[in-house]
Design a protein around this ligand. Structure first.
Ligand SMILES: Nc1ncnc2c1ncn2[C@@H]1O[C@H](COP(=O)(O)OP(=O)(O)O)[C@@H](O)[C@H]1O
Ligand SMILES: [Mg+2]
Length: 488
């Protein structure tokens, strides 16, 4: 909710103001869709109603409708060039879109317009902390005296080192995965002599796979923080260059740097982008890139002393088949959506720095978020804080966040996973279709796109996807959520 204070452009008609106030009540009750409708009506009554635009922007942002939110925030800035809260909302939008540098710029702009704007200050501080504990390779980082990736005319001259303060302590749940990673990666990096004594190879390629937003990237960053070893994040988009030849040279440069700095981890996030089908000339470029990548991986396999290649993907079946052969990304590890216990822990983790009123029933929150991803939970906690902060800004009274605030926010948000499961359905599910041809019933089996080998390899994920598409399970989930939200 915006501050109405001191906005000269806000001289709405009484009708518009009445509608605006009604919208505010709906906003307070987390009925964002309905609030948006009324804010739009208020704007119809009075076209330059910047407070309405601002609050509508906030409502859109809370519903993850960022394009619309941005349009409204821009409108507010056009109406009131000196505003501090429209740039603030722009910052929030950028943050939700994971563009942290962009978010920082907007918070700074907001604070330039109003240096005492507490909300912007708070978020900037939180963001600074977050950026410290997981700096993308493009940002300068201390360790080696600057670690920016240096490119010249499409060619990588030096790859940036990635460092992170994030450790396994920050990773909620995933106990089994952490143990496996400890034994197979951390030990090899921190105590190579121990493994050597047992005749273990020191290097490997592993794929982390699972539905989006459940900590694949997060986990790998924590590995960087745990081991403090040399760490390269390879961004496929940075590597790919439109000039044939540059892409291969870039790939080679990454692995050359890794070879000269062992032990070293090379992390290829969203590795399915390598091998995605493209048209025409782009396709042959991609082919060459994949071949070069395979060559580099084979080099690692022949002489595996201390190079670890980790890939992550939401859609492992989109990966180039050649990448999956033993000795390349030979191992794979499933990173599932959080179970009840992990969701409970995730809520406790995400609210740990928030001012809380009374006791929070984490079990109830975990049940109300049945089927939600880690990212969904992080989002819900953040949006709750945003909403209460906005309320404090409007009323001028600060209050703590209550259990009710979280429940209300969960009610207004869905899970991003349901949509994802529906999207991948056709890839993994085979179904029997009955057709009547010439009066005869024939059954044809429509196969999912997976090969038998893929079905075996990604079994835990396929099982999860099928379970989440099962109508009985969908209803149980709905019931559990409703029960936790409305009753207890
Ligand atoms: N195990 C976890 N512990 C704490 N936060 C997590 C965890 N997993 C995911 N998150 C939160 O969810 C966000 C998205 O996770 P991310 O690793 O980007 O997912 P993906 O699996 O798609 O790579 C993270 O930025 C973090 O805020
Ligand atoms: Mg990721």
């Amino acid at each position: 909710m915006a501050s109405d204070k001191g906005k000269q452009v806000n001289t709405p008609t009484p009708e518009a103001k009445t509608i605006y106030d009604q919208a505010g009540k709906l906003f307070e009750e987390n009925k964002f869709e309905e609030a948006i409708e009324l804010y739009s009506k208020a704007i119809d009554e009075y076209a330059d109603y910047s407070s309405s635009f601002f609050n509508r922007a906030l409502s859109y942002a809370l519903l993850s409708r960022y394009d619309e939110a941005q349009r409204d925030a821009e409108k507010v800035m056009a109406l009131e060039p000196d505003t501090a809260d429209a740039p603030y909302v722009m910052g929030v939008i950028r943050e939700y879109q994971k563009d942290y540098t962009g978010a920082m710029d907007w918070y700074n702009k907001s604070l330039k317009n109003n240096p005492n704007y507490t909300q912007a200050k708070d978020r900037r501080k939180a963001l600074e902390e977050r950026m410290k504990s997981g700096t993308p390779s493009k940002t300068k980082i201390g360790a080696d005296g600057g670690s920016e990736t240096i490119m010249e005319e499409g060619q990588i001259k030096r790859v940036g080192w990635f460092t992170s303060d994030q450790t396994f302590k920050d990773v909620v749940g995933m106990e089994k995965q952490k143990e496996l990673i400890h034994d197979n990666i951390i030990l090899a990096l921190t105590k190579p002599e121990l493994l050597r004594a047992y005749g273990k190879k020191l290097g490997l390629g592993v794929i982390f796979y699972g539905p989006p937003g459940n900590g694949k990237t997060f986990l790998v960053r924590a590995i960087a923080g745990e081991t403090k070893c040399k760490f390269i994040i390879m961004h496929i988009n940075e590597i790919m260059d439109m000039y044939a030849g540059n892409t291969e040279k870039n790939l080679h440069a990454v692995f050359e740097q890794a070879r000269k700095n062992t032990p070293c981890i090379v992390f290829v996030d969203e590795v399915d982008a390598l091998g995605t089908k493209r048209e025409g000339e782009q396709q042959s470029n991609m082919r060459m890139a994949v071949n070069q990548f395979l060559q580099e991986l084979d080099g690692v396999e022949k002489n595996p002393e201390g190079i670890f290649v980790i890939g992550a993907t939401n859609q492992p079946w989109d990966m180039d088949p050649a990448l999956k052969r033993p000795g390349r990304f030979g191992e794979s590890m499933y990173i599932p959506a959080p179970n009840y216990k992990t969701r409970k822990a995730a809520f406790a983790y995400n609210v740990r720095k928030m001012p809380l009123e009374g006791s929070i029933n984490y079990g109830r929150l975990a049940r109300a978020s049945w089927g939600f991803s880690q990212a969904d939970i992080a989002d819900i906690c953040d949006k709750t804080a945003l909403k209460v902060a906005a309320e404090a800004d409007r009323t001028g009274k600060r209050r703590k966040i209550t259990m009710g605030d979280f429940v209300q926010m969960i009610k207004s948000q869905g899970t991003s996973l349901d949509e994802w499961y529906a999207m991948v359905k056709k890839e993994v599910i085979s179904k029997t279709e009955t057709q009547v041809i010439d009066g005869k019933k024939t059954e044809t089996i429509k196969e999912g796109k997976l090969t038998p080998e893929e079905k075996t390899r990604y079994k835990p994920m396929i099982k999860d996807i099928k379970k989440n598409l099962n109508p009985i399970n969908i209803n149980v989930k709905k019931f559990m959520r409703a029960f936790a939200i409305y009753l207890f």
